[in-house]
Write a protein that binds this ligand. Sequence first.
Ligand code: PLP
Length: 394
Amino acid sequence: MFDKVPSPKAPKILQLLQDFSNDPRQGKIDLGIGVYKDETGITPVLETVKAAEKILVSEQKTKAYIGLAGDPIFCDLASNLVLGDKLDLKRVNVIQTPGGSSALRVLYDLVFDVSPQSKIWLPTPTWDNHPPTIKASGLEFRYYRYFDPSSQAINFEQTIEDFKNVRPGDVVLLHGCCHNPTGVNFSKSQWDMVAQVALEVGFLPLVDIAYQGFGDGLDEDAYGVRKLIDHLPELLIASSSSKNFAIYRDRAGVAITLSKNEKVSKALGGRLRNLAGTNYSMPPDHGAAVVRTILSNKTLKLQWLSELKEMRERVHKIRENLSVELRNQTNSTRFDFLAEQSGMFSLIGLSGSEIRRLKDEKAIYIVDDGRINLAGLRSADITRFAVAVREVIS
Ligand SMILES: Cc1ncc(COP(=O)(O)O)c(C=O)c1O
């Protein structure tokens, strides 16, 4: 039965991680894999997560099944971070999911279920996992023009032009903040315009918000999604707790639907729970229980906000210091954009052969498309990295 199964090709990012682990050179630098790292180069467990885990160990009374939609209190608290609190909750459905990835999968499945002819429109470029997961749901995808590499900015006129050609009933995926992989995001006025065009054209936005709190702040990063909520009758949202609580492997997130009225909302809630059931039955509890424990405890919540701020500010500082150092080393403003973009990622704009030289000659690991994870850079490595870039481009 399995004789014809082709040998698997490791995803490029995982192959890069493998090569990095096998590299014996001292001082090697990994800017590939997309997780936050601190100044010592590790992805720490937050103090608030440890505190919440201690509380759970001593107070948790049961590990019995919790239901297809997960823990309703986690759902309220986690969705509240995204939605804010000024919403007609009768129009909202929330289910707990195994991370943002499964929130996306369940929402694609929901679209396939109710409107299989709808296409999902993705920005160019986008997170590598979007296209294959959409395909796995049975839907087709298309691209809208987003990032312009020559200006390191959004070509907004083209984006809007493409949005105006989307068919009513199609779905447009928008990165809520900290766009992966470009670090380039809509300004507030651009979000306002996107909301207006979505309403005029009649497409359904799906907001993927996986890095809330890593850009300008928790509420600031939710500006766009809240604008859409204010303007539109229907909306889909996939939110991840992986990054802002640093619980990557524990798998917690929420899938949210906003619909026209309570009746539709109830029906959608049923569909969402069914889709969760056929995908993975129930979401894992631990990560969500940790998030719930933190967010429902005033002291822990304040402490978490300050840990999140520390992560955000470290990434900002690395961006600023790296752009200054690259300016000094290359005697040009070519890399100034790094300081203006936000979140963990940017596309550094090097050629394939320059990226290969960084790996082969300097033990610096970057994804093929030039995406760098700024959070992977320690302050102590900034000059070495900038010198290496200068050497491979000259
Ligand atoms: C843009 C984007 N969306 C969603 C996710 C999903 O995150 P997770 O499934 O780990 O919560 C990621 C993770 O890298 C991402 O970069």
